[in-house]
Design a protein around this ligand. Structure first.
Ligand code: ZN
Length: 419
């Protein structure tokens, strides 16, 4: 491997709770990384005892998809054995999800280090939404450590947004007697996202962060914590199901996540067998079988006050899913006042579900709704939902025309961004 085209990790600086990476980008790497910023992560615990071979994992996971897609080399002095050995399997997952793109690239190292420990704890990446809450409750007996990255969905400049997330997660952890851990990371901004997306957009209409990056890059951040806490299993909640395979190319998929390993920790892409309505069903069931009065969900990304706004599509969707289970949305963190409910029932039937790819969610909710309510039991403001048509019933030529127009619009947007 020629170092001229390699990304070389020169030094991993570990100081108290912070890991910083000093690296040299050569050749094509210079175009694909944002060279004005070096990657760092701040943990909420001292990480000085983490060996370099583990401390390298978050950085390597962040750049590995680039190495695969662009056939580029990475050089690092020391690498964790489990992680090094899982890379060919992870690559196979990428090949299955993106069959049009050859996955190549190579990692070279001087030393492969075995980092094993007696397995003790489990961890779960946590966002507070339906997927993550389902995973948490399904594995609550294992007392998972709740793990959240600031810098993934919430940007680093959005301090008030982050404080809301943090407050919610701490209260969930307290409610269930769990440990939690937060980290602050600039992993997204060290990549040249527009160059990466432009490339995969040309190849397969793709988008870098969602289709290639987020799963592995987020999971990699947990390696130092896994080492310190002797973690045996790390859960990442699924957003998709087997039905979406081949339709949605998502970087977080069992074909990738379940093969990723570091030290003595294995990853489980959890809940793939459940659709969103099933997950809401599981959460409602948990409420029934325990003495809990509330299970607050945090699904809304629109509200600045931190509560679910009860006015956006995501809130509407979750509210209707909860109602379909014959439960009260108020018990799940939705302050659905009479006024808001009225507004919702007026607006909802007009949302173009097909346009936003939401139709499946609503047809699952409708199915459950029809199972749970007879005509007489149906609340008067929800009669419309019994007969609401989810599927796109426009004539075929209209669909074709709309799809083509959308493609042209997307392509023009890309050209403008590139200029
Ligand atoms: Zn909302």
């Amino acid at each position: 491997m020629d170092k001229k085209d390699c990304l070389i990790i020169k030094k991993i600086i570990k100081k108290q709770n912070k890991i910083e990476y000093d690296y040299e980008a050569n050749g094509k790497w210079k175009e694909l990384l944002n060279m004005d910023e070096k990657m760092y992560i701040e943990y909420d615990m001292n990480i000085e005892k983490v060996p370099d071979s583990i401390a390298a994992v978050p950085f390597l996971c962040n750049v590995l998809p680039i190495s695969f897609v662009f056939n580029l080399g990475i050089f690092v002095d020391e690498i964790d054995k489990s992680f090094y050995e899982c890379i060919p399997e992870v690559k196979k997952g990428y090949i299955k999800i993106h069959p049009k793109i050859p996955m190549l690239g190579k990692i070279q190292t001087k030393r492969i280090i075995e980092n094993s420990y007696t397995k003790k704890t489990t961890g779960a990446l946590f966002s507070g939404g339906v997927d993550a809450t389902n995973t948490l409750l399904q594995h609550i007996d294992e007392k998972p450590i709740l793990l959240t990255l600031w810098g993934a969905d919430v940007t680093l400049d959005d301090e008030s947004g982050w404080n809301i997330v943090k407050k919610h997660h701490i209260s969930v952890a307290k409610e269930y007697g769990l440990e939690y851990s937060f980290m602050r990371t600039n992993f997204r901004s060290v990549l040249n996202m527009s160059a990466l997306t432009n490339y995969v957009f040309e190849k397969e209409n793709g988008e870098w962060w969602h289709d290639f990056q987020h799963g592995i890059a987020i999971l990699g951040h947990i390696a130092p914590i896994a080492y310190l806490k002797e973690m045996k299993t790390l859960y990442i909640a699924s957003s998709n199901t087997i039905e979406s395979r081949g339709i949605i190319a998502c970087a977080s998929d069992p074909l990738i996540d379940n093969y990723l390993k570091f030290a003595s920790c294995k990853i489980i892409h959890d809940g793939y067998e459940f659709n969103r309505q099933d997950k809401v069903h599981n959460i409602c069931n948990y409420l029934d079988k325990t003495n809990k009065k509330h299970i607050p969900l945090r699904v809304c990304w629109k509200s600045s006050g931190g509560e679910n706004c009860c006015e956006c599509e995501k809130c509407y969707r979750t509210i209707i899913e909860i109602i379909a289970e014959k439960k009260d949305p108020i018990d799940f963190g939705f302050n659905l006042t009479e006024d808001k409910r009225k507004k919702m029932m007026k607006r909802m039937p007009k949302i173009d579900l097909v346009k936003y790819n939401f139709a499946n969610y609503y047809s699952d909710a409708q199915k459950r709704f029809l199972e749970n309510y007879t005509e007489e039991e149906t609340p008067s403001d929800l009669k419309w939902f019994r007969i609401f048509k989810m599927k796109n019933e426009k004539p075929k030529y209209v669909n074709f025309f709309e799809r083509t127009l959308k493609k042209i619009k997307k392509a023009v947007k890309r050209i403008i961004i590139r200029k």
